[in-house]
Design a protein around this ligand. Structure first.
Ligand code: URA
Length: 210
């Protein structure tokens, strides 16, 4: 694709033009993501990172964006932070293959910098369609970037943690990003409270559906 055609796509994403994903299921959506050039991140990616876990899961975890290891493997949360996430899930009796894990961005930002507005806007319809298809009873936002972008707020993580929020009609709980827990182990106690709340609300929601 020429640079010119490419920048046209970037421009339309930046304008917030909608593009139609309503006919896609999770498999075809993953293929659309793999071909995506809606923002400049496609130029440096090794692989897109769509999701991990079960397509039938009703509990969804949303992180920020792929890191180096995720970019190489094409799977979310497979690096150090991912290993900690697996342990956190395990601590409340959840296996990775019974939840659904994805990110705000499906491509790695250079040097793991924070996603910018253009990238978030370009990628947003993919996550929106993932949520629409999966119909989770609960979403857990991992870290500030995931929480702020899902909830469309500038509120800090400390303000958002501990409460119940909503993405459309779906409940959202906010916790620390596992990478933050690796940097600041003293936060693990609070993260433990968060994940216990996730497990409780998830169990209640599932029981309420039966
Ligand atoms: N950090 C994230 O936010 N997502 C990943 O997939 C890996 C690290």
């Amino acid at each position: 694709m020429s640079r010119r055609a490419c920048s046209t796509i970037h421009d339309s994403a930046a304008r917030g033009d909608t593009f139609d994903l309503s006919g896609e299921d999770l498999d075809s959506l993953a293929k659309r993501v793999a071909e995506c050039r809606r923002c400049p991140l496609w130029e440096e990616r090794t692989r897109t990172v769509f999701s991990n876990g079960s397509k039938r899961a009703r509990l969804m975890f949303v992180g920020e964006a792929p890191g180096r290891e995720e970019d190489l493997q094409g799977l979310p949360f497979v690096g150090r932070a991912g290993k900690l996430l697996t342990k956190i899930l395990d601590s409340v009796g959840l296996a990775r293959d019974e939840v659904y894990i994805t990110n705000i961005l499906k491509c790695r930002p250079p040097n793991n910098r924070d996603p910018n507005e253009e990238e978030v806007r370009a990628c947003e319809p993919y996550l929106a369609r993932q949520i629409e298809l999966l119909k989770p009873v609960l979403i857990c936002a991992l870290g500030r970037v995931a929480a702020q972008n899902l909830l469309k707020t500038n509120a800090s993580l400390s303000v958002l943690r501990g409460g119940i929020h909503y993405y459309n009609d779906t409940r959202v709980i906010v916790t620390y990003h596992p990478a933050a827990l690796l940097r600041n182990p003293h936060l693990k106690r609070s993260a433990w409270e968060d994940i216990k709340l996730v497990r409780k609300i998830y169990d209640e929601e599932i029981a309420g559906e039966e």
